[in-house]
Design a protein around this ligand. Structure first.
Ligand SMILES: NC(=O)c1ccc[n+]([C@@H]2O[C@H](COP(=O)([O-])OP(=O)(O)OC[C@H]3O[C@@H](n4cnc5c(N)ncnc54)[C@H](O)[C@@H]3O)[C@@H](O)[C@H]2O)c1
Length: 273
């Protein structure tokens, strides 16, 4: 993987990204690498291409199930042992809960509700906890935690209730972490990104195939002010800002990466001629 863009905004930084075998997490890892960071991609599984990815200088891959506190402790300890410090954590791993039964508030099973919160929310809590442990020893470096929340954590979602609840809690935990680290004088910042309508496997699972996919895609795009779906690289660009020293006075904040979706509302007043 040769960098096409190397501005070096993250040169010298060491970053860990969860759920980074594909989609938004992989795009963030690739962009961080292009910006000069040493990157530890991680995911619950090791994809076939992992050998090629990890063969690049400054690029590493490790298996990390975000539900497992022991795995977080081991991952962070390994990075500190190999690099001396951890500067950036992106808590990106997340699931919608497709394949775990209906996800509306009436029919969801307690089991799927707990699984989704365990991965999407407890996974973020554990990541923050262990990143703080590693980062607080280096206040001169300034740590940055970027939590990938969602538009679905800002509004309710009738058919993805546990997902929406977990992402809303991630947004709030981001603020608690930011306030706590500020009070402790750790110089660790914590911010959230709220993506929406980014075309990854997560959306492909919902869109289906063939004509049905084309119809479903048209329906989704009709609700996006910028008129098209987003790309994982759009989220990666915002993550670079929050991870970099350009954002050294930004903490407890969030940024919507949504093509304008959250700027408006359905049934807003307008002039009918
Ligand atoms: N795609 C969008 O439009 C969108 C919108 C809002 C928020 N998000 C969020 O962005 C993040 C990435 O989503 P994506 O669209 O790239 O989805 P994706 O399904 O392509 O990737 C998610 C990754 O998380 C990994 N993962 C799942 N469970 C895990 C676990 N227990 N431990 C570690 N990794 C695990 C998966 O293996 C996968 O590689 C998610 O948190 C998602 O909720 C995505």
């Amino acid at each position: 993987m040769e960098p096409t863009l190397h501005i070096g905004r993250l040169a010298g930084k060491v970053a860990l990204i969860s759920g980074a075998a594909k989609g938004i997490g992989l795009a963030i890892g690739q962009r961080f690498w292009q910006e000069g960071a040493t990157v530890y991609l991680s995911d619950v599984f090791a994809p076939e291409a992992v050998g090629a990815m990890a063969a690049q200088p400054r690029m590493h891959y490790l298996v990390l199930d975000v539900q497992n506190e022991g795995a977080w402790a081991a991952a962070v300890d390994r990075i500190v042992a190999e690099q001396g410090h951890l500067d950036v954590l992106v808590n990106n791993a997340g699931i919608l809960g497709l394949g775990h039964g209906p996800q509306n508030p009436e029919e969801s099973s307690l089991e799927s509700w707990e699984l989704i919160h365990r991965i999407n929310l407890a996974g973020v809590f554990l990541g923050c906890k262990h990143a703080i442990r590693a980062m607080k020893g280096h206040p001169e470096r300034g740590g940055s935690i970027v939590n990938i929340a969602s538009r679905s954590g800002v509004v309710g979602v009738a058919d993805m209730a546990a997902y929406a609840s977990s992402k809303a809690a991630v947004r709030n935990h981001t603020r608690s972490v930011a306030l706590y680290c500020g009070r402790q004088g750790y110089n660790i910042r914590c911010n959230a990104l709220n993506p929406a309508d980014i075309l990854t496997d997560m959306w492909e699972q919902m869109l289906g195939q063939g004509d049905a996919r084309a119809r479903a895609l048209r329906e989704v795009v009709a609700g996006i002010p910028l008129g098209h779906m987003g790309d994982p690289a759009d989220v990666a660009a915002a993550a670079v800002f929050l991870a970099s020293d350009d954002a050294k006075f930004v903490t407890g904040a969030e940024l919507n990466i949504d093509g304008g979706v959250l700027a408006g509302s359905a049934s807003a007043p307008k002039q009918h001629q």
